[in-house]
Design a protein around this ligand. Structure first.
Ligand code: ADP
Ligand code: MG
Length: 863
């Protein structure tokens, strides 16, 4: 039992460290330093207190006592806010790692409840009583001290928010075309308009509206057009409608890509309202594993990844008359690849004339051209397809250059001047600083004055901020105006996403807590204050180890300026940067590195190969990926037998490309054919695709939850099998919600897994793999898993860590794994996550001889 105890300690240590990513670790040192400093300051405070001094003014003893009392109350509120780790309430050990939510089920339930019945929250709040008391106490304090006092200096707010953050106003971002704005913005005519009429008149106030005819002419005259306009000018919502009104939809759909799921859904919803149709009919959206379109759909908003997949099935995009690649400045992987494909496929005329003109229009080039046109591609050449590339940043020349000097259409934007403020000193804890700043703004500025937008890095952080804001403002009772908190991130239920767009009621203020999605994809009207901590969660990839992870990273200057710009949409704005001017000028990159240069390319390479694009090293990328990363991808696909020695797609590869999954998962599915267990394997794949939001663990029932979880791990079958067991047990209960509650499983995640599984089942049919069940042959299932994941195998070391087999590095089993205590000699893992250590997540035991059997070209037996 001593061993068990040690183990428990080791685990809890690991968990404790787990939440700190590398970046925060650095700032933690700063944090500690700052805390020291703060203690000293407090000491100084107390000395001053003895002389009844407050902020340099001498108080009477009575006044001093009042202040003291209020301070105590405030400290109490603050302390409770800090101590009650309500944010940990439903947190699994690995909650920090992924943006995808943990315990969503519960959170969603609470969120929905709040949304439907705000009053109900009070009933659910376990602190309600205590809070009421505190509110009362604070109220008393104010009453006694407050209004009668002549010295404005003792402003409640100033005192309450004594841990203020000091800012320096350092710059002004100039306004553009503000006069125009003022003259255009006024048609708030007759009051008795219907909502629909109002929408129609609102459309006419958007900056793009005056350019409607000119824009349509430009689209008519050119095959490719680059469109540039400030965020919020109406590019995404209006241009597809204009094109529809001008008749482009009579010969095909209009597709508009977005880098993010939420943007695609939200914009589609808005446009369907504006057109007065039901979402999913004429206007729809399509995101991975969710298709909300129909036969009728003519305006289709989709993620860029979905258009890329459609390319695979329909390489001439025959059903489209216009493709608008929106938010091009984001330079997501899919956008970049789409660019390359579109250029090769549809811009052959440009390519042709360019080649002819080149001084080196040698015989070789001509021959290339001939073969190009005589080859299969000529059938796909579509001069009638319009391509619009729209971007919110002004450096559109790059896009234009890439598409052989395509014309640039600039929509003159409008933006009011924005004051930029920097902090005096770096902030140790940007989340806390953001909250303090928001409260500072809220209590010192009149509420009707404008809303607040805070940029955070992910769901977890947003939820923490939401809770903290609630607790802090609740402690302040009615002393401050109502603060409406609106979170927005990728996994927020659709019903709640609309909330950010609702107008702020009079006398209240909205604070929007958003991920990068609000940087350019979504425009929220009425924002006057932007709080920018300067971080974003970004993918990074190490081509040497093949390791990909999500890291909180400083943003670029370009991003910082976009964020600031969000505050000047409807009036002069203010942007509070939670970093110093020195940081801005010296530490931030000018531009964000395009995703293609910092990601695993295996998936893309497989897609391109299946489109017949073989010479990837010479593919015309806008910014080529590091050749190391390309080679790594080719190497992996070869190892998975998706490519042959000559780099050509094999039959296995062709089948794999059908699945909208990472190649290793696709390979696992394709291999399940051989081991006759496709039924089980697609369930596992679906469950793995959900991420880490299957199990939940309420704070007051941790032991129950852990026991329920252990049930699925019985016999140390490994995490993949445990996931399978969860799925099959749920299925056996006829997908019962009650069963999920009893077993601490999140029903929402399970439903999503079921949807994904259904789609995978459909795809099996397409690649002619029979659905066969083989539930009792664990080895067969494990072999199928190994067939996809053999590059992820690791061997136990003497000290309890593991060593990856192919590119040796030290890794550990994640504490949340069912095998964390078992430590099998050989394992295969689903993914690596980097927190304080490199952890393997979702681990299954394997027999080493399988490696040689399954991947003899990859692994050889020593001795
Ligand atoms: P752009 O693409 O140029 O950034 P949009 O077309 O997205 O501009 O936005 C134009 C206007 O439509 C903005 O004022 C924005 O507030 C409004 N809008 C966009 N989406 C929604 C939505 N889902 N709900 C309410 N208003 C929206
Ligand atoms: Mg847009």
């Amino acid at each position: 039992s001593k061993k068990a105890e040690e183990e428990a300690i080791r685990r809890s240590k690991a968990l404790e460290n787990d939440g700190l990513d590398t970046l925060r670790k650095v700032s933690r040192q700063e944090y500690l330093k700052k805390r020291e400093q703060k203690k000293l300051d407090e000491l100084k405070d107390d000395i001053e207190d003895e002389q009844y001094l407050f902020q340099g003014v001498k108080l009477t003893e009575a006044e001093y006592r009042e202040q003291r009392y209020k301070k105590e109350i405030y400290e109490l509120v603050k302390k409770r806010t800090e101590e009650s780790d309500y944010t940990n309430e439903y947190r699994m050990p690995d909650a920090y790692d992924v943006e995808g939510g943990v315990n969503q089920e519960k959170r969603f339930a609470v969120a929905m409840q709040r949304y439907r019945d705000p009053a109900a929250e009070e009933k659910m709040n376990p602190f309600a009583e205590q809070e009421a008391w505190e509110e009362h106490q604070i109220g008393k304090a104010t009453l006694k001290f407050g209004s009668k006092d002549k010295k404005q200096k003792y402003d409640d707010y100033e005192f309450v928010f004594e841990d203020q953050i000091e800012f320096i106003k350092a710059a002004v971002m100039d306004g553009v075309n503000v006069e125009q704005e003022l003259s255009v913005q006024s048609p708030t005519a007759s009051s008795a308009k219907t909502a629909f009429e109002k929408l129609q008149s609102d459309r006419k106030t958007l900056p793009v509206y005056p350019y409607r005819e000119e824009l349509l002419r430009a689209v008519n005259d050119h095959q490719i057009l680059v469109i540039v306009g400030e965020t919020g000018s109406g590019k995404t919502t209006q241009i597809p409608q204009y094109l529809h009104e001008a008749g482009y939809t009579s010969r095909g759909k209009i597709g508009c890509t977005q880098p993010r799921r939420v943007a695609a859904m939200s914009v589609a919803a808005r446009v369907s309202q504006e057109m007065g149709v039901k979402l999913g009919h004429e206007v729809g959206y399509s995101i991975r594993f969710e298709d909300c379109t129909s036969e009728k759909t003519i305006l289709k908003y989709m993620t860029d990844g979905m258009l890329l997949r459609e390319f695979l099935g329909e390489p001439d995009l025959a059903s489209y008359s216009v493709v608008m690649v929106d938010e091009a400045h984001e330079r997501t992987l899919s956008t970049d690849i789409l660019f390359g494909l579109v250029k090769v496929r549809f811009c052959s005329s440009l390519l042709c004339s360019k080649l002819m003109l080149q001084e080196s229009s040698s015989l070789l080039n001509i021959r290339l051209l001939v073969s190009y046109f005589v080859g299969k591609d000529i059938a796909r050449f579509r001069p009638d397809l319009k391509l619009l590339i729209s971007s919110a940043t002004l450096d559109a020349e790059k896009f234009s250059d890439y598409f052989d000097s395509a014309p640039i259409f600039k929509i003159p934007g409008r933006r009011f001047p924005v004051d930029i403020h920097y902090t005096k000193a770096p902030e140790a804890d940007y989340l806390d600083a953001a909250i303090v700043t928001a409260l500072q703004i809220h209590v010192t500025q009149p509420p009707g004055d404008g809303d607040i937008l805070i940029f955070l890095t992910g769901q977890e952080e947003i939820e923490t901020a939401e809770e903290t804001l609630k607790h802090r403002t609740r402690g302040l009772g009615t002393k401050i105006a109502e603060l409406i908190i609106c979170p927005i991130y990728a996994n927020l239920p659709t019903e709640l996403q609309a909330k950010i767009f609702e107008p702020t009621p009079e006398g209240a203020r909205k604070v929007v807590l958003a991920t990068n999605i609000a940087e350019t994809s979504l425009t929220i009207d009425g924002i006057k204050y932007v709080i920018d901590p300067g971080f974003v969660k970004m993918k990074s990839y190490n081509p040497r180890t093949g390791m990909e992870s999500l890291l909180v990273t400083p943003i670029s200057k370009a991003s910082a300026n976009q964020r600031a710009g969000r505050s000047g949409r409807t009036g002069p704005g203010k942007c509070f940067r939670l970093y110093t001017a020195y940081n801005y000028y010296n530490d931030l990159d000018d531009n964000t590195v395009p995703e293609i240069q910092r990601t695993n390319l295996a998936n893309v390479v497989l897609s391109l190969k299946s489109l017949g694009i073989n010479d990837l090293l010479n593919f015309d990328f806008m910014d080529p990926p590091p050749s190391e990363a390309l080679l790594k991808a080719l190497e992996l696909l070869y190892a998975l037998s998706a490519l042959n020695k000559h780099g050509e797609l094999t039959k296995v590869g062709r089948r794999m490309a059908e699945f909208p999954l990472d190649p290793m998962l696709s390979k696992m599915i394709v291999a399940s054919d051989k081991y006759q267990c496709s039924d089980e394997v697609i369930s596992i794949a679906a469950m793995l695709s959900i991420g880490n939001s299957i199990f939940y663990r309420p704070k007051d029932k941790q032991v129950h939850a852990d026991n329920a979880r252990l049930n699925f791990h019985m016999g140390n079958v490994g995490d993949h099998m445990a996931l399978l067991k969860v799925y099959s047990s749920w299925k056996d209960t006829n997908f019962s919600t009650q069963w999920c509650y009893e077993n601490y499983i999140q029903v929402r995640s399970m439903k999503r897994a079921r949807d994904i599984r259904d789609q995978l089942e459909g795809l099996l049919e397409r690649v002619e793999i029979e659905l066969t069940a083989n539930p009792n042959d664990l080895d067969a299932i494990k072999k199928a898993i190994t067939s996809g994941f053999f590059p992820h195998s690791a061997k136990l070391q003497k000290n309890g860590s593991y060593r990856t087999v192919k590119h040796p590095q030290t890794v550990h089993i994640h504490p949340s794994s069912g095998l964390a205590q078992v430590l099998p000699r050989w394992v295969v893992y689903h993914e690596l996550v980097l927190t304080t250590k490199e952890y393997m997540r979702q681990v299954t035991e394997l027999k080493p001889e399988w490696l040689v059997e399954i991947a003899p070209h990859y692994y050889q037996l020593k001795d």
